[in-house]
Design a binder for this molecule. Sequence first.
Ligand SMILES: *[C@@H]1O[C@H](CO)[C@@H](O)[C@H](O)[C@H]1NC(C)=O
Ligand SMILES: *[C@@H]1O[C@H](CO)[C@@H](O)[C@H](O)[C@H]1NC(C)=O
Ligand SMILES: *[C@@H]1O[C@H](CO)[C@@H](O)[C@H](O)[C@H]1NC(C)=O
Length: 555
Amino acid sequence: MGSRSVACVLVIAALIARLGDAISTSTGQPHIIFILADDMGWNDVGFHGSNQIPTPNIDALCYNGVILNNYYAQPVCTPSRAALLTGKYPIRTGMQGSPLNNLDPAGLPLNEKLLPEYLRDLGYTTHAIGKWHLGMARTTQLPTYRGFDSHFGYRGGYTSYYDYVLQQSTDNEDLFGFDLYRNLTASWSDVGTYATDLYTREAVSMINDHDPRVPLFMYLAHLATHAGNEGKPLEAPQETVQKMAHVVDANRRTYAAMVSKLDESVGKVVQALKNHQMLDNSIIIFQSDNGAPMVGEYKNWGSNWPLRGMKDTMWEGGVKVPACMWNNQLRGAPRVSYDLMHITDWLPTLVTAAGGFSTSLPYDTDGLDQWSSLLDNTLSARSEVLLNIDEKKRTAGFRRGSWKLVIGQSGNGDYDHYFGEDGTRNIRFVAYDFYGISNSDVSRALSTVSRITTQHEMAVLRDSATVRCSWRNVSTCETAPGKSCLFDMDSDPCEQRDLSRIYPHIVREMKRSLVYYKGRLVPQKPRKQDYRANPSRFNYTYHPWLDHCLVNCDT
Ligand SMILES: *[C@@H]1O[C@H](CO)[C@@H](O)[C@H](O)[C@H]1NC(C)=O
Ligand SMILES: *[C@@H]1O[C@H](CO)[C@@H](O)[C@H](O)[C@H]1NC(C)=O
Ligand SMILES: *[C@@H]1O[C@H](CO)[C@@H](O)[C@H](O)[C@H]1NC(C)=O
């Protein structure tokens, strides 16, 4: 062959290679898919070392990206979502307290600019699917008025999984209302479809209808695996429950099926990105909003083992959540990151990833730009995290370096325990299915754009992502109102040995920092129930009730 024909063959080869390639956005900006699980525990994913619930798609995503194993969210739903979308600690917006109820006029302050608004400014199309939980008294509090081009989902804390009804307890009676909307219109025709399937179907059709040259931000905030209404807290399709037969405890078995449906959803979304040639240019984030609740009103039979505590506490089981990120450009991936990271960090991080300047964000942004840390595997920008200050419950949590300070008591101490390896006694042993991970929808999709992590590498990653504690030599810090416990997280990830008496000066120093943060705290509003929101006034839906309000319209 002459040199000309060699060149010609090379050009043709390059053209053929491009055919399989993803379509880049015309600006080079990545698509951002943020998948948020609700109340899912540390121990409810396979990549943290548990064999109880198979999560082959989530595991495959995490094993091919960066597992964020020192990553903190907030202890409950509303504050976590507020922190994610504002990039600020909830104490700055008055959102540090209890989650909103569906009759509550409060919400995330309207003067806050939210992540989808920043991304929209950078040219993104922005879609929210699933849960909102940041205010629903006025139309202007809803997602389509806060930076999202569309919202399909619910506005309150949760619904049932087939009927989309929330039972709101009040002092006098239980109210029932429907909460599923396409933008501002109640979506009655979707009753009967399982929520996780419904939101997945929406996400997939959103991706299929999307012009891949325009950067997409999709916020997919699932109902799973939050508990539903009293009397029927757990719901999953019967055929999925039957696949979890190795889980003998009936409640945990249904919970396992709810997790399994969520896992299936992750597979379908990643497949859709691949089919629509968007995958190569996507950032995919998976995380839970807080730990699983083992006791209390919304207990869901999730497990945070071996971490201490649960949702609504400052313990690791409340705030350290399963999390990972995938992107095809990550250097040094796959890996497990032990760098400190906080849910507020996504806002500056994603603004930078989207081609913006995190340095131009408001001065009171608490999130730190972790983009180069994630992308180039360089040191985290973060050395401390304010885990929360709840001035009403008188609880606080603070991480500085390896130190962690926990102050106060939750649920009168009932939430502060270790809850055991949930249901272990009732679970027939099943082997961890590496083969199932390699053959999951996620693995098959990722393999079209990148090299796939081998089963041997997965085993190594899993081992290093598994938290192990010695249950000898435990000196549990008994909680009490106002009491401080101090831990060295590097040597004691399970918060078993209180060091507050050995290092009183560290406690004092950390408390001084908390006093500083408290000086900037916006007091939380009392949780109200405004009976004008009674669903019976709105065809039994939860509907913005203060839009035309003239008296007592305080939100
Ligand atoms: C509402 O929904 C539709 C389709 O889901 C979308 O095209 C439209 O732009 C949305 N936004 C608003 C503000 O109505
Ligand atoms: C066990 O606890 C004692 C003090 O309570 C401490 O000196 C010792 O180092 C601990 N041992 C281990 C293995 O942590
Ligand atoms: C009122 O609710 C029912 C379902 O309970 C629904 O079929 C109907 O369309 C709703 N009416 C209006 C006006 O939205």
